[in-house]
Design a protein around this ligand. Structure first.
Ligand code: ADP
Length: 334
């Protein structure tokens, strides 16, 4: 469970807007609910912005009440919708967005999204007279300042569910599967999924792996009587097609492998209990931090404690995959 800091509410916002931006992640809805219910508890007006920064720059927002967030805690995606808005990279457009908020009497904004969205959040706060709190909403878990992001646990469990099924086919046909999971240039999902599904190998962008060492591992498995079926979990990486290229390279080493790309199923679905609690606590805490006068920070969780980190630091420092965890995963293959 989380240790939640308590603050004096001596900087109560006039009104709070909330938006979800970038890639959606399961748990954004409970986070929205957390913000709305906590704001109403403090007697603060709260507005939902439709379609992320695209909606913000045209003033597409609506006041929310307690009923607006009823029956959403279990739903994947985001009721506010999400978008990618290139125009928000322009400081003039951000200034206009801040003016729109001020015209409506809104002085605070909560942004739920990944590193791109949090970059936009920091710039908006740094350049304008709007107080901004970011929440880490991404399945990738690649955000500095938090051990965990909203949606990561659900994505890992969704991938596991699929891989357990693929394993049945792999065993029945004594075949090898390369299963590609999401994570762009970070191997958090792949490492966690790989450990939890008992993968024969994990391939992540952070650590180079030679095709020869994969073949050696597979041969060693056969010699140990583990059979020739198996699952290799591959992080998608920045360049599409990596997993197909691995399959081709394996074929050149007389090792056939089937490719299965899990893709967007990892983004959707009902959030796990873990993500619902994380998102709800972070959402409600965002309002506490605003009431205490905080600005330009992200609220995350470290060692079980709700903590804040300046958004500037969040976007400047990337979160690295824990080497010890990856080493542990390698040990478990053998
Ligand atoms: P995510 O938040 O999931 O990482 P993106 O990287 O696509 O997703 O970013 C989502 C949105 O955040 C972008 O479409 C844009 O509106 C905003 N954003 C991203 N980078 C910047 C930036 N450098 N300056 C201002 N806004 C940005």
């Amino acid at each position: 469970m989380y240790q939640i800091p308590t603050f004096e509410c001596d900087n109560k916002p006039e009104a709070i807007a909330i938006l979800t931006s970038g890639g959606d992640s399961p748990g954004m809805n409970p986070a929205i609910r957390g913000v709305v219910r906590a704001a109403l508890h403090h007697g603060i007006k709260v507005y939902g912005v439709h379609k992320g920064y695209s909606g913000l720059i045209i003033g597409d927002l609506q006041e929310m009440n307690s009923a607006s967030v009823t029956n959403i805690v279990q739903r994947g995606g985001t009721i506010l919708k999400s978008d990618r808005c290139l125009a928000f990279k322009d400081p003039e457009v951000r200034y206009q967005a801040a003016e729109i908020l001020k015209e409506k009497g809104i002085d605070s904004l909560v942004v739920i999204g990944g590193d791109g969205s949090l970059t936009g959040a920091h710039l908006l706060a740094a350049e304008n007279d709007i107080r901004v709190i970011g929440l880490p909403g991404t399945i990738d878990n690649d955000i500095y300042g938090t051990d965990d992001t909203i949606g990561f646990d659900t994505a890992v469990n969704t991938a596991l569910d699929a891989i357990d099924k693929i394993r049945d086919t792999a065993l029945s046909h004594e075949s090898l599967f390369l299963v590609e999971v999401m994570g762009r240039n970070s191997g958090f999902i792949a490492t966690h999924v790989g450990i939890a599904c008992g993968a024969e190998m994990i391939v992540v962008p952070e650590y180079e792996v030679q095709i020869e060492s994969i073949c050696f591992q597979l041969a060693s498995n056969r010699e140990q009587g583990k059979g020739s079926s198996g699952i290799i979990v591959v992080a998608e990486g920045q360049t599409p097609g990596l997993t197909y290229s691995l399959a081709t390279q394996l074929k050149q080493h007389n090792q056939s492998a089937k490719v299965c790309i899990l893709g967007h199923i990892q983004r959707g679905g009902s959030p796990t209990g873990h993500d619902r609690v994380l998102a709800s606590c972070l959402g409600a805490s965002a309002v506490d931090y605003l009431c205490a006068g905080y600005n330009d920070v992200m609220i995350g969780v470290k060692n079980g404690q709700i903590v804040d980190t300046p958004l500037k630091q969040v976007i400047e420092k990337g979160k690295q995959l824990d080497e010890a965890l990856f080493e542990r995963a390698l040990l478990l293959h053998k």
